[in-house]
Design a binder for this molecule. Structure first.
Ligand SMILES: [Zn+2]
Length: 103
């Protein structure tokens, strides 16, 4: 599965985004791997869940409030259309995300 839609949505919402992906069923795409059973998949899923939870815990412990990334300003230079050329309905719909950029 792709996470491209989520990446686009996060960028448009000006929030940081990262993917943590875990494989549970190797034989689906690797011809030389053994066939897996439901039990193997579920066991791998449980292990991956534990890894994911520990990773998020470490992430939260290490988040920095003084982050210097520019995600929160991603739309700063994204507008070509002048506000006067936008319909009131469009401005109302996009307002929560873009009002600070519409001059
Ligand atoms: Zn960021």
């Amino acid at each position: 599965m792709t996470t491209a839609p989520e990446a686009f949505l996060a960028r448009e919402a000006e929030i940081c985004y990262a993917v943590m992906a875990h494989v549970t069923d190797y034989d689906v795409w690797h011809a030389h791997e053994e066939d897996v059973t439901v039990d193997i998949v579920v066991n791998t899923l449980k292990k991956n869940t534990d890894v994911a939870q520990r990773t998020i815990q470490k992430l939260v412990e290490n988040l920095r409030e003084d982050s210097t990334c520019n995600c929160q300003n991603a739309l700063e230079n994204a507008f070509i259309t002048h506000k006067d050329a936008m319909s009131p309905a469009t401005i109302k719909k996009l307002g929560p995300l873009v009002n600070r950029y519409l001059k």
